[in-house]
Design a binder for this molecule. Structure first.
Ligand code: HEM
Length: 408
């Protein structure tokens, strides 16, 4: 076994941020596991796993988990400033950052609310929100699909789902944006403090909403969450409120990035877009392929909860491992001709929603939402021309902060 850490790639290199796929290809062939170095705070470096079979297996291996604080002494961590505590306290309660048994306890509340039947019942409401968002888009001339459409729409859909009244949607959008900035890679202590204040406000907002809903019960998403909480004492009130915020966050960013990445891919593959417009494709397969081709979440991070020998490497307890979802989704061992966008691809075993116990809880909602959005796009936009695009600088996600298109 070798614990030798030789850097095999740098995830913040501009060339990699622009197009990571040639690097993934090299890594899958030459370094199925290798050390990634980054100057970003909190990501000193990590082991990166690039092949589909290993990513899938690693995410199901309980020697890798999320609660690194359980296995490292307190002095291994940068102390948290007082002004930043509300943000970190909230995030620490998210199921996303929990291992068993707490993870299973928290995840249980998500089961009834994300059941396919429940999500299907939301279709008319999602359709109305999509129509309202399209009404804001200029009929002629270029516009930024991210700021003018996909970002507000994605926040509004999850806000609506969480029982946030329509008149409060702009308020929630503002909070979400500020908290997102505070969680960003490039962030200042001031930004984290501002995000922390907003996190406290958002939790208080959901507290009031839950109170109001208890007084006037309704059989919607928030009602189901409250019922799941009140039916047993397996969830604290703080955990219930933190879960509301998690759904808001987990639900909006990836959905918005998928719209941007999908449009970008379709603009570069006009023959495939023509097939989509001609109705020669199936919505379910289209979304699966767009998720595979340019996955919104590129890496699922875990920590070694013990010393682990993995793929010939000795991973020390507490070290970070990045499982490459985006790389796995281009693995030729699973996907024939993986760099080709094929909207009729029958192989749908992509890992864009992750794998193992943390597999995306909202995947059925995400799929339905994206199917409906791309159906409307195909109906409305005779063509897609990219005027300008700007990539998000991130290790975790891949997407665009700006995508100006002309579709007339
Ligand atoms: C295109 C859209 C989406 C993508 C690509 C996506 C992707 C993912 C991925 C990769 C994970 C696993 C992260 C990890 O293992 O580290 C995850 C977890 C999660 N997602 Fe999504 N997601 C999407 C939409 C949504 C939506 C709409 C919701 C809910 C409203 C949602 C709720 C969650 C939750 C609650 C988790 C945590 C699950 C757990 O820890 O057990 N996601 N998502």
């Amino acid at each position: 076994m070798s614990g030798l850490r030789r850097t095999v790639f740098r995830p913040l290199d501009p060339d990699f941020v622009e197009d990571p796929y040639p690097t993934y290809d090299r890594l899958r062939r030459e370094h199925p596991i290798g050390w990634a170095t980054t100057p970003a705070q909190g990501y000193a470096g990590f082991w990166f796993v690039s092949r589909y079979a290993d990513v899938n297996a690693g995410l199901k291996d309980d020697r890798f988990g999320r609660e690194v604080a359980k296995v490292l002494p307190p002095e291994a961590f940068v102390p948290i400033l007082e002004a930043h505590r509300p943000l970190y306290a909230m995030i620490a309660q998210w199921m996303l950052f929990k291992d068993p048994p707490d993870h299973a306890r928290l995840r249980r509340i998500a089961a009834p609310v994300f059941a396919l039947r429940q999500v299907n019942a939301m279709r008319p409401r999602i359709e109305a929100l999509i129509e309202a968002a399209f009404a804001q888009v200029p009929e002629y001339g270029p516009f930024d699909i991210i700021s003018d459409f996909s970002s507000p729409l994605s926040i509004d859909i999850v806000s609506d789902l969480m029982g946030v009244p329509e008149e409060d949607h702009p308020l929630v959008r503002g909070w979400v944006r500020e908290i997102t900035l505070s969680l960003d890679l490039v962030r200042t202590p001031e930004r984290i403090a501002a995000g922390s204040r907003r996190a406290a406000e958002l939790v208080a907002y959901f507290g009031a909403l839950v109170c109001a809903r208890r007084a006037k019960p309704k059989d919607d998403f928030l009602g189901l969450l409250i019922a799941a909480h009140d039916a047993g004492s397996f969830l604290t009130e703080e955990e219930l409120l933190a879960s509301c915020v998690l759904f808001l966050f987990a639900g909006h960013e990836a959905s918005s990035l998928l719209i941007g990445n999908g449009l970008h891919a379709l603009a570069q593959n006009p023959a495939e877009y023509a097939r989509l417009r001609a109705g020669e494709t199936q919505g379910r397969l289209v979304v699966s392929e767009l998720l595979r081709y340019d996955s919104p979440q590129q890496i699922a991070f875990r920590h070694a909860l013990e010393d682990v020998d993995f793929l010939g490497v000795s991973i020390r307890r507490g070290q970070t491992v990045g499982f490459g979802l985006g790389s796995a989704n281009r693995d030729p061992d699973i996907f024939a001709d993986p760099d080709r966008l094929d909207l009729s691809r029958q192989e749908t075993r992509h890992l864009a929603f992750g794998a193992g116990i943390h597999t995306c809880a909202g995947s059925s909602l995400a799929n339905i939402e994206a199917e409906m959005v791309f159906a409307v796009i195909a109906r409305r936009f005779p063509r897609i021309e990219i005027i300008a695009a700007q990539r998000q600088e991130s290790i975790l996600v891949r997407g665009l902060t700006r995508l100006v298109i002309d579709c007339g």
